[in-house]
Design a protein around this ligand. Structure first.
Ligand code: NAD
Ligand code: UDP
Length: 310
């Protein structure tokens, strides 16, 4: 199969490219390197089945492929808010462009949506049939609403043009190759703990998140792409839920750090709770995460220790 991975030089995309190449596919990685790095795919650059194209998906491109994993979009709040209008363009124009390729080339397309479509959820844990509680005019809206309209585009191309689509809703996922200055909680806390700096807990740290290790997520993505008669949306995440304060303490304990906790203002619209209900993924894909948060964090801490030593 010839497979296009948009955002393939990013955190999740680079792990996915590796996995697809190992299975003997040809992979075209399309990335504008906003939050991705060549370094993430350096080790596969010599693989004759791998192509890297520097391109911005808001601009149309002509490609012949069998499958598209559409991941391009900054995922960290700091990065997606840096140029909010660009984030919306990436989700709307970028998704239209990728759906255009899928329609013309008759390629199956999988869209990486997010738990953020549930906003600040009034239902807990979140199931796919919950419509969400999203502020349309807040600082997270460029991402949340961008992803929501991208889901709508996927469904409308499916209904109107019979495009073969898949939608996954990814919950907080972490692991090696997250950027050290990415701004997301896992990389922030680990780097701060390893450097002995204050651990920055936003608000009281009573908000919750559930953390999935990257290998589990990639397995779920591939299973969804290869599933039949199922468009989704389907939740992919690990239901192991922590308050952010508990999570900070866990990372301090795991790293043996002397860091103290420093409380910082809570950003606006920060969701108060988040945990995936993954019953549907179990039923339709036979998928559930197998890496515990403790094991996944151990691997991630090891990665950042090496990164900091370089
Ligand atoms: P990331 O920021 O590491 O990767 C995103 C990649 O997309 C980067 O390589 C970036 O350079 C590229 N990109 C951004 N805008 C682009 C554009 N206009 N044209 C071409 N390339 C562009 O983030 P990630 O964690 O790997 O997330 C990948 C996808 O999964 C994103 O769509 C994100 O919304 C989704 N997701 C991730 C998580 C998570 O916890 N990691 C959770 C929910 C959803
Ligand atoms: N967070 C925090 N300190 C940090 C970074 C994040 O307390 O240094 C909190 C943030 O306010 C949120 C949670 O951790 O409640 C997860 O943040 P992240 O940016 O990783 O993802 P998202 O909010 O998109 O789930």
């Amino acid at each position: 199969m010839r497979i296009l991975v948009t955002g393939g030089a990013g955190f999740l995309g680079s792990h996915l490219c590796e996995r697809l190449l190992a299975a003997g596919n040809e992979v075209i990685c399309l990335d504008n390197f906003f939050t991705g790095r060549k370094k993430n795919v350096q080790h596969v650059l010599n693989n004759p089945n791998f192509d890297l194209i520097r391109h911005d998906i808001t601009i149309p491109i002509l490609l012949e492929v069998d499958k598209i994993y559409h991941l391009a979009c900054p995922a960290s709040p700091i990065h997606y808010q840096y140029n909010a209008i660009k984030t919306i363009k990436t989700n709307v124009l970028g998704t239209i462009n990728m759906l255009g390729i899928a329609k013309r080339a008759k390629a199956r397309i999988l869209f990486a949506s997010t738990s953020e479509v549930y906003g600040d959820p009034a239902v807990h844990p979140q199931k796919e049939d919950y419509w969400g509680n999203v502020n349309t005019i807040g600082i997270r809206s460029c991402y949340d609403e961008g992803k929501r309209v991208a889901e709508t585009l996927m469904m409308d191309y499916h209904r109107q043009n019979k495009v073969d689509i898949k939608i996954i809703r990814i919950f907080n996922t972490y692991g090696p190759r997250m950027l050290p200055d990415d701004g997301r909680v896992v990389s922030n806390f680990i780097i701060q703990a390893l450097k002995g700096e204050d651990i920055t807990v936003y608000g009281k740290g009573s908000q919750t998140r559930s953390f999935c290790y990257v290998d589990d997520l990639v397995e779920g993505m591939v299973r969804m792409m290869d599933s039949e008669n199922f468009t989704g949306p389907v939740n992919l995440g690990n239901p192991e839920e922590y308050t952010i304060l508990e999570f900070a303490k866990k990372i301090i304990a795991m790293t043996g750090s002397k860091s103290k906790i420093a409380y910082k203002p809570l950003p606006s619209d920060d969701p108060r709770q988040r945990q995936p209900d993954i019953t549907l993924a179990g039923q339709k894909l036979g998928w559930k995460p197998v890496v515990s948060v403790t094991d996944g964090l151990t691997r991630t801490v090891e990665y950042f220790r090496k990164e900091l030593a370089v």
